[in-house]
Every structure is written in C-alpha cells, then in structure tokens.
Design a protein around this ligand. Structure first.
Ligand SMILES: Nc1ncnc2c1ncn2[C@@H]1O[C@H](COP(=O)(O)OP(=O)(O)OP(=O)(O)O)[C@@H](O)[C@H]1O
Length: 578
C-alpha cells in the first residue's frame, strides 16, 4: 500500500510518506511500552513497595508523554500526506491524461476517470489521514506487547505469538472479503453511471422511439443490479468481519484459560496474571480493529490500483523538438495497416493528397473513413506503414506542432458553455476583429449573430444546446477558418441540413479548399464532384477505387453504380460488397 501510494504520488513525496510511517510505528511501539508498565506497577502496588511503584509510574508517564507526542506528530504528518495526495493525484492524473492518445477518450473512460478524480482521490486521501494509523499501530502496539509478555512470562508470551498468525490470517481474510465487495460495487456503480449519462444525453433519441414513459430498461436494470450487487458486497464484508471477530475472541478465551491454568497450578502468581490479562486485552483490542480498517484500506488500494492503471497507460511518444516540415499541407499514407483490435480496419492503405487540394472520402459505413481522418490527427498510432503530414511522419511531430497544422470539423461539434465569440476564438485566441468578422461571414455565422438577442455575447449553453445542429456546424467551420491551419479534416453532416445551412457549409468548404488541404468525409454530391480526388474505401480495409469524378464514372466500377443509384434515388449510399 505504502509503495503504491508513493508510486502514484511521485518519488518526490517519498520522504514525507516515510516520515509519517516512522512516527506511526513509533506511536504504536510507545503505546505498547506504556501499557506494558502496568505489570511492574501492579506488582509493586500489591507487594506494598510504594517507592518502586512510584518509579514505574514515572517511567509509565514518560512513555505516555512520548506516545502522545508521537501521536500528534504522526497525525500531522498523516494529514500532510493526505493533503498532498488530494492535490497531487489530480495533477498527476491530469498531466498524464494530456499525453494519452486522443483515441483513448470515450464515454467509458471519461466516466471511470471522473469517478477516479472524485471518489478515488477522496478515498485515497481519507486512507492516508484516517486508516493507515490504526492499521500501523494495530500491528506495532500488539507486537510490542508480545515482547513484553514474553519478558514477564514466556509461556503466555509463546501462546500470544501462536495467536498472531491466526489473527493475522483471519484479519487478512476479512480485508480480502471487504475489498471483494468493494470491487463488485465499483463495477456496478460504473455501469449505472454510464447508463444515467446515456439516459440523460440521449433523451431526444429515446423519445423519438417512443420511450416517454419514464422507464428505460437498461438504466432500470443497471440500478437494480447495483442494489443486488451492493447487498452481495455487504454480505461479503460482514462475513469477513464476523469470521475475524470470532477468531480473535477464541484466541482471547484460550489465553485467559491458559493464564488461569498456570495460576491454579501455582506456576504464575495471581497478581501477575491479572496484570498480564490486562496487557493481553490491550493486545487484542487494536488487533481486532486492524481487519476492519485494513478492509477499508484495501478499498483505497483498489482506487490506487485503478489510478496506477491509468498512469501506466503508455503516453503517445512525443519528440522533444518539432519536426522540419518539408511540404506544409501535404498528406501521405504509405502502406498503412491499422486496427482497433486484431481485426484490421485499414489494410495496406496508400494515398497522396497534395497541399491545397481537396480529397473526398466515400465508402460504405464502417469502411474506415473516420479512421483515416483520425489517424491524420494521430488519435492512435498505426501498426505499420507511415502517415505523413507536411512531408514528415506524424510520430516525428510534437503534439502541439501537429495540432497547429490541423483543424477538425467533425459532426459531433462541441461548443463550450461560453459566448459565441469565445467559441469561435477557440480556433485562434489572438485573432483580430477583422479576421473574426471575415471567418464569420464566410461560415454564415454573422447571420446567426444578427438574429441572437445578445449578438456576439450570446451564451450558447453547455455543448451548444442553444443552437441548432446546422448552426453548431457553421460555428465549427468558422473556428477552422479562423485557425487558418494548412489542413482541414471535415466530416460533412449526414443529417439533412436546411437549405440555408447547407449553402453556408458548401460555401465554406469551397473557401477552405482554396487556402488549405481539405479531406472531407463526403455525404453531398456537390462536395464529391468538386473534389480533386475521390478515394472510395472498400469494406475490406483497402482503397477500392480512386480518381476524379469523371475518371471514376468512366472506370465503370462501384463509384459509377453509386452515381447511378443516386441519380435514381435522390440519396446515396455505397453498397458494401459487389
Ligand atoms: N474506437 C473504436 N474502437 C474500436 N473499433 C472502432 C472504433 N472506432 C471505429 N471502430 C470500428 O472501426 C471500423 C471503421 O470505423 P469508421 O468509423 O472509421 O468507419 P466509417 O467509414 O467512418 O463509418 P461511418 O460511415 O458509419 O461513420 C468499424 O468497424 C468500427 O466499428
């Protein structure tokens, strides 16, 4: 636990954690010593040797004072470690998250990370402040008492020593059971959290499919499962604690019986027996609490383990120095193999997109169009081959350099709960008013601004909920325009835009194509025909056809089939297999 704690806090916090550990052990040992003085004090009092009793009492007082001092120091150090843990863990997790591949971030990882940052850090901080001390003293103090009992009566001392492994094993058992219960509850809580988020986020879809009655089976099931698992987890914990409690009571009874047997047989005087039984009671009490606290400590260790798992995720290797950009705006795929799992999504894909040209990606659903755009932005590293941006492999760019060159306009546009102006300036914070006005005019945002009551200062709501989908996309395009990066990755909206929005989007794509390299996942025929190059992705992870609109029609392959069906149907979709 201590090693894990140091690991997630970072090596620079090793010193304070060790100091806390030292003082907590000292507190436990001094507690045991102070209590052990009970035996000579009691003996001296019963024998009427008051000067001796006074000396022993004075020694006991000194030990008690030292014990209180150690108690205070270790408590302060424990709180110090707890505060460091609360502060540091957020920073460590945050610092690490920014180095992870963008592809790692998904609904599940976001839910588990938010649990980790809230419940997890509190639990680890709480463990350092409140749980480590009782566990450490619960071991150090009884260990000291065992030594003292051995010194006063070796037979009872050996019996105590024999009791230690029994008590330790049952305490460990209790801790494992409590931890197992916590693991179960954690998994169920995570599923329920995901379902609640899903339920809130996808209300429009649920309602559209008639889920208006207020019940949503996956959520109900997840909550019910959480309750069932919660009860099961509780049963595990209670069972573990009962077993460990019984074992402790049993050991205590055996020790009392042994003491009584020795006293009756005349091998131990009654006064010493009473004093030793007092000591044995002080041996049992802290050790009986260890199981319970160790169980809670294991829960914190589970949190630490989850944090360690995130901290262990390999960051995207980022070079120290930015790469030389030989051909800004050019994109090349050379024999790229990539799969999210063992199954390849792209199987030896090669293509070349010259700077300031427009390439349309078309293909059946799941053929890897989005994957191609995300590999350009290095959401993931590929298995083999090379993805080059600006003439250099993306793995040789620093993250900042790569992101500087790319603007992304995806369908799930996220707007921050801020003003319209701030949302566009995300593209480039230092943009001049003239730039802002120009980008807004081209993307048709000025028309939205004129309609809104507070104009540029209108807040768009969390995620941009105060705006329509088409309006959000126009803002996203304005961001790309104002960023002025050499490459724009664009996913055209599949949902039907109203004619006005569509006109603005088309006009902006045309403008972007004059100044930047545009790779567009095309859904509109006008976009496809305007492209300098069309890449038709097949469902087998390869590029099935490539060329301009005219040359592809001439080839008479899949693209021409699509074109004909489009002309007949008025909507288009490429068939998966021919
Ligand atoms: N994060 C992910 N983890 C695992 N598999 C994924 C992930 N993202 C996509 N896939 C899978 O990779 C394949 C290609 O997906 P991709 O989204 O690139 O296709 P697409 O051509 O853009 O599809 P669509 O036109 O439906 O958006 C699909 O089989 C998809 O299920």
């Amino acid at each position: 636990m201590i090693r894990d704690l140091i690991r997630i806090l970072g090596p620079q916090h090793r010193g304070p954690v060790r100091a806390f550990l030292f003082w907590a052990i000292a507190y436990g040992v001094l507690q045991g010593i102070a209590v052990s003085f009970l035996v000579p004090v009691t003996r001296a009092l019963f024998e009427g040797d008051y000067p001796s009793a006074l000396r022993w009492l004075a020694a006991m007082a000194v030990a008690a004072l030292a014990c209180s001092t150690a108690h205070y120091v270790q408590a302060m150090k424990g709180f110090g470690v707890a505060l460091t843990a609360l502060r540091t863990m957020h920073l460590r997790i945050g610092d690490h998250l920014v180095t992870l591949p963008l592809g790692w971030f998904g609904p599940e990882t976001v839910a588990s990370t938010s649990q980790m940052a809230s419940k997890g850090t509190l639990s680890v901080g709480g463990a350092a402040a409140h749980l480590l001390t009782p566990v450490i003293t619960g071991i150090a103090s009884p260990a000291t008492i065992v030594v003292a009992v051995l010194f006063f009566d070796w037979r009872l001392g050996i019996a105590l020593l024999l009791a230690v492994p029994v008590i330790a094993a049952t305490s460990r058992f209790a801790a494992v059971m409590i931890s197992k219960g916590d693991d179960l509850a954690h998994e169920a809580a995570l599923v329920a959290t995901n379902r609640v988020l899903e339920y809130a986020r996808y209300q429009p879809v649920l309602r559209a499919f008639g889920r208006t009655s207020g019940t949503y089976t996956p959520l109900d099931d997840a909550i019910e499962n959480q309750q069932i698992v919660g009860r099961k987890g509780m049963a595990y914990s209670v069972f573990g604690m009962v077993v460990s409690g019984l074992a402790i009571q049993l050991c205590f009874s055996v020790l009392i019986s042994l003491g009584a047997y020795l006293a009756v047989g005349g091998n131990l005087d009654a006064v010493t027996l009473i004093a030793l039984l007092g000591l044995i009671a002080r041996f049992v009490q802290p050790i009986s609490e260890v199981g319970e606290f160790a169980g809670a400590l294991r829960m914190a260790r589970n949190e630490i383990r989850r944090m360690s798992a995130v901290l262990d995720l390999a960051p995207l290797p980022d070079p120290e120095e930015p790469a030389d950009l030989l051909e800004p705006g050019r994109i090349e795929f050379e024999d790229v193999h990539f799969g999210y799992t063992d199954a390849l999504v792209l199987d030896g894909v090669s293509f070349d997109v010259p700077a300031r040209s427009m390439t349309a990606l078309v293909g059946p659903s799941g053929s890897g169009k989005t994957t191609v755009t995300r590999l350009i932005a290095r959401f993931w590293d590929i298995g083999s081959g090379s993805v080059k941006v600006g003439g250099t492999d993306v793995r040789e760019h620093t993250t900042e350099q790569l992101m500087d060159q790319i603007a992304m306009v995806f369908q799930d546009v996220y707007l921050f709960d801020d003003t319209l102006r701030a949302n566009i300036l995300v593209g480039r914070e230092d943009a001049s008013d003239r730039h802002l006005a120009e980008a807004s005019r081209l993307a048709g945002v000025d028309e939205i601004v004129a309609r809104l009551p507070a104009g540029w200062d209108t807040r768009v709501g969390e995620g941009g909920t105060a705006l329509s989908g088409g309006e959000r996309q126009r803002i996203s395009i304005a961001r790309a325009l104002i960023k002025g990066s050499p490459i724009v990755l664009l996913d055209e909206a599949t949902a039907a835009l109203d004619p006005e929005n569509e006109q603005f989007v088309q006009q902006s794509i045309g403008h972007l194509a004059q100044t930047s390299t545009v790779i567009v996942i095309a859904h509109k025929l006008s976009t496809v025909t305007a492209a300098d190059q069309i890449l038709v992705l097949g469902s087998d992870g390869t590029i099935a056809e490539r060329g301009t609109h005219d040359s592809l029609l001439e080839q008479g392959g899949r693209y021409r089939d699509f074109w004909n069906s489009r002309k007949n149907a008025g909507g288009w979709k490429l068939v998966g297999n021919r």
